[in-house]
Ligand binder design. Structure first.
Ligand SMILES: *[C@@H]1O[C@H](CO)[C@@H](O)[C@H](O)[C@H]1NC(C)=O
Ligand SMILES: *[C@@H]1O[C@H](CO)[C@@H](O)[C@H](O)[C@H]1NC(C)=O
Length: 221
C-alpha cells in the first residue's frame, strides 16, 4: 500500500459523502491487520497507511480535496484465534457505523469480509489478499485489490506461452503461502490448451533432479 493507493480509496468516498465545498464530513474507516508478529502485521503495513492518511489530510488543508476528516478504527486479527476479520468488521459497523474498510491483507480473512461488505454496500480495499478465489466480481461487489492478483500472473504466463506457441509447461512450486500463486497459475494453465506438469520442491528439494525430470517430458529431450 502506498500514498496513491489510499488516496484512491478516499476520492470516491469524498464524492459520495460530501454535499459541497463548505460541508465538512467525517469518514469512519476500519483498518485491519494480521496479528502482531505474523506476516503483514501492523509493523509492516501501518507506517505506509499513516503516511497516506497524512498526505490526504494535507491535501484537504491545501483545498485540493473537499473538506473531510477521518477516524480510523485499527483492529488486529488473531490467527486461528477468536478474532476473525469478519467479526471485527461486523462489530465496527454496529458500534461506529463505519464507511469503509482498509484490509485485511490475508485472503482467508477477506472471504468473509468481502461477503459482509458486499451485503452492506461498504467499500473495502486491500493491498494484498492475492488469491484467485477472490476474483468473483459478482460476489465481491464492493471489494478492490491494489495488489498483484495471482490469477493475473497465471494469465501473464499463458500469454507468454501463446506468444511463442508453447503448449507444454512445467511449474515448480513450494508449499506454504506461495501456493496461492502456484495454484492460480496451474488453474489458469488447466483451463487453456496447455499441458502442465507441476513439481513440488518440497517433495524433491534437489532442483537438478526436478529439471532433469522436466527435461525428460519436454520437446527438446
Ligand atoms: C473543515 O470544516 C471544519 C468544520 O466545519 C472547519 O473547522 C475547518 O476549518 C474546515 N477546513 C477546511 C480546510 O476548510
Ligand atoms: C542433486 O541431484 C544431482 C543429480 O542426480 C546430483 O548429482 C547432486 O549431487 C544432487 N545434489 C544434492 C545436494 O543432493
Amino acid at each position: 500500500m502506498n500514498v496513491q493507493i489510499v488516496s484512491v480509496v478516499f476520492l470516491p468516498l469524498i464524492v459520495v459523502c460530501s454535499m459541497g465545498n463548505d460541508t465538512h464530513t467525517e469518514v469512519r474507516i476500519a483498518v485491519l491487520f494480521s496479528g502482531f508478529g505474523s506476516r503483514l502485521d501492523v509493523s509492516q503495513l501501518k507506517p505506509a497507511i499513516d503516511v497516506a492518511f497524512d498526505e490526504v489530510a494535507e491535501r484537504v488543508d491545501r483545498g485540493e480535496f473537499l473538506n473531510f476528516t477521518y477516524t480510523r478504527y485499527v483492529r488486529e486479527t488473531v490467527r486461528d484465534g477468536p478474532r476473525i476479520g469478519v467479526g471485527l468488521v461486523a462489530d465496527l459497523v454496529r458500534d461506529y457505523d463505519i464507511h469503509a474498510v482498509l484490509g485485511h491483507p490475508s485472503s482467508s480473512e477477506m472471504y468473509g469480509i468481502g461477503d459482509l461488505v458486499a451485503h452492506w454496500n461498504i467499500p473495502a480495499i486491500t493491498g494484498a489478499a492475492i488469491t484467485s478465489e477472490l476474483e468473483d466480481r459478482t460476489r465481491y461487489t464492493t471489494f478492490t485489490r491494489t495488489s498483484m492478483r495471482s490469477e493475473a500472473i497465471g494469465g501473464f504466463i499463458v500469454s507468454i506461452l501463446e506468444t511463442y506457441g508453447w503448449n507444454l509447461c512445467t511449474v515448480f512450486h513450494t508449499s506454504g503461502v506461495f501456493t496461492l500463486i502456484s495454484d492460480a497459475i496451474i488453474g489458469v494453465l488447466d483451463g487453456r490448451d496447455v499441458i502442465n506438469k507441476p513439481f513440488s520442491i518440497n517433495l524433491e528439494p534437489n532442483v537438478t533432479v526436478l529439471l532433469q525430470e522436466a527435461q525428460s517430458i519436454s520437446r527438446s529431450k
